[in-house]
Structure formats: C-alpha cells, structure tokens
Design a protein around this ligand. Structure first.
Ligand SMILES: Cc1cc2nc3c(=O)[nH]c(=O)nc-3n(C[C@H](O)[C@H](O)[C@H](O)COP(=O)(O)OP(=O)(O)OC[C@H]3O[C@@H](n4cnc5c(N)ncnc54)[C@H](O)[C@@H]3O)c2cc1C
Length: 297
C-alpha cells in the first residue's frame, strides 16, 4: 500500500513527489508520457530553467526523484481509480491494481487547436497560444492573432508587449462589439475577416492564406485556446469543474472530494509550468499534513 498515488509526472506531479519523498512518504508516480508542451522546443519563464527543452526538465526531475527510495516512478497510465476502505485502488495500464491512502491528480490538459489546415504542424514552431511563454522570442516582428470577439482582443492586447505590427484574422464573422472595435483601434491592428484556408510554413514564420485577398506573412500567430482535461479520472471521482473545464480546488489544492488533490494545469490557476510545480509542492504539503493528522490525532 502506498501512502500517495500521484497521477502524472509533469512539473506538478514530480514537484509533489519530491516534497512527499522528502517527508519519507511512500509514493507511486504513474505517467502516460503525454505532456501538454510536447510540441514546443523550449520552456520559458521557469526561474533557473528559462529556455530549457521540456524533456530535459522531466529528465532532471526523474533524476532528482531517484535519490529518494520512498518514491517509485512508473511509465504506466492509470486507467481507473475507485475508492476502497483504506483510500483508493487504482488500475494501471498493465492491469496491475495498486492501493494508496491519498490521491494527487497532476494529469494536465489538452489544447483544442483551431480547425485550420496546416496549423497543427506549425504549433510550437510558428503558432502559439501563450504570449507569456513565447511572445518574447518574437519581439518587434509582425504577428497575427487568430480568433473572434473578446478572446481575440484579449490576446491582441497581450501581444502589444511584443509587437505593434499586428493583424487579427477572424476567419469569418468577427463577433466584435463596440469594446472590441475600440481595442483594435487603440492598438492600431488591422483585421482580416476572410476565411482562413490554410497556414503554410515559411523559413521565418508562416503564411496565412485566405479564401480571398492577399496572403499575409507573419513571424508568428497566436490563438486563444479552449482546452479539456487530459484524463477522465477527476470526473469519475466527482470533482467540480469551472466553466472552462478546469478543476476547482481550495488554496491547498484539495479538490473537495475526500482524499483527492489536484495540481498543475488540470486545476484552475495560471497555466504555466512553474505554477504547476508550485501547486504540486502545495498539494504535497497539504497531503502530508492530512496524513499526519490521521496518524496522530
Ligand atoms: C505549445 C506550448 C508551449 C508552452 N510553453 C510554455 C512555456 O514556455 N513556459 C511555461 O511555463 N509553460 C508553457 N506551457 C504550459 C506548460 O506546458 C504547462 O503549464 C505544464 O506542462 C503543466 O504541467 P502539469 O504537470 O500540470 O501537466 P503536464 O506537463 O501536461 O503533465 C501531465 C502528465 O500527466 C500524464 N497523465 C495524464 N493522465 C494520466 C493518467 N490517467 N495516467 C498517467 N499519467 C497521466 C500525462 O501523460 C503528462 O505526462 C506550454 C504549453 C504548450 C502547449
């Protein structure tokens, strides 16, 4: 029987496992090998690791966890988790069942890409969703926003930190009201409302091809993404979700479902790797305290 089962070995899950291992808790970390940032060559804004390739962070994390004999890391998906008398019983991909007193879901999210031909293969190279993650590298170069309505102008506003050569591609009806039009005017951006037929790679970025009018070449295109949970485990355990599909937690990452904690992108917060790691540490702290209270009432 493990004391804690951590599902997901991204920044959130590994950070939690480190703090739990250092509290000498018996921890099993399971990972299905599908991190959110798999497409990107560099992770930015993570103090001490700015620009590091994401697989390198995971390699270093596992190397550090290997110093703690209490922590086991397995490359196994967790297919199912059910409650049992002592806590939880989980079924792994290999069919094995493992038991744990507490559960931490650090399972991340999946970005929903706009259905534009050519976009998926450019995602992480010339197409991005997060100005905080990837805006700086594109500073002072021509950029595009793909989107409609207030989501588009929110992305546009964020991109003014990096460039003033901005075009908004609405791919049909712009869904702009007075506020959005005022924003576009104040930024000085241009707007293209023709249908976007496809994106094409260019040596220095991408080309946006419309169903009418001239092609636009840009160094990068940003879209504001919808997302969904990578895993169904939280739903099956009865966690609560906000309107954007993120799991609602308390300040200590407790989900409100007894014994279940959630950290990282899966939980509602700023979706950055360093925040995910911080939430993992926060959850570990809370889990250890809960275990201690049960052990020494
Ligand atoms: C294109 C792109 C660029 C980005 N750039 C940056 C950046 O520059 N800086 C930054 O701070 N952030 C960046 N991000 C965001 C960053 O990727 C996330 O904030 C971070 O990965 C969140 O960590 P996490 O541990 O919550 O989730 P993840 O890193 O997604 O890890 C979750 C893990 O859980 C595993 N998992 C899920 N379900 C199961 C299951 N049932 N069983 C076992 N394992 C499971 C997955 O396989 C995965 O390995 C970027 C994201 C994208 C998409």
């Amino acid at each position: 029987m493990y004391e804690v089962l951590v599902v997901g070995a991204g920044p959130a899950g590994m950070s939690a496992a480190l703090v739990l291992g250092r509290s000498r808790r018996r921890v099993l970390v399971c990972d299905s090998g599908r991190p959110r940032n798999a497409v990107t060559p560099a992770m930015h804004g993570y103090l001490s690791r700015d620009g590091l390739p994401p697989p390198e962070l995971r390699r270093i994390g596992r190397e550090e966890l290997a110093h703690y004999p209490e922590v086991a890391v397995r490359d196994e998906p967790v297919l199912e988790v059910a409650r049992d008398a002592g806590g939880f019983v989980a079924t792994l991909g290999c069919g094995e069942r493992v038991r744990a007193r507490k559960l931490l879901l650090a399972t991340g999210v999946v970005d929903e890409l706009p259905a534009v031909p050519g976009l998926p293969s450019l995602y992480g190279r010339a197409v991005w969703h997060c100005p905080y993650c990837d805006g700086y590298e594109l500073a002072d170069r021509p950029l595009a926003v793909y989107g409609k309505g207030a989501r588009a102008t929110s992305e546009l506003r964020a991109l003014t930190r990096f460039s003033r050569d901005l075009v908004v591609c609405t791919d049909g009806d712009d869904e702009f009201g007075d506020a959005e039009r005022a924003c576009i005017e104040s930024v000085g951006a241009s707007v293209r409302t023709e249908r976007v037929v496809r994106l094409e790679p260019r040596p220095d970025g991408l080309a946006i091809v419309f169903d009418a009018g001239p092609v636009v070449e840009r160094a990068g295109l940003f879209f504001s993404t919808a997302l969904h949970q990578r895993s169904k485990l939280a739903e099956s355990l009865g966690c609560s979700f906000d309107e954007g599909g993120l799991i609602v937690t308390e300040d200590n990452q407790a989900s409100g479902v007894p014994g279940v904690y959630v950290a990282g992108d899966a939980a509602r917060s700023v979706l950055l790797a360093i925040v995910a790691a911080g939430e993992g540490a926060q959850a570990a702290f809370a889990i250890n305290r809960e275990l201690l209270r049960e052990e020494f009432p």
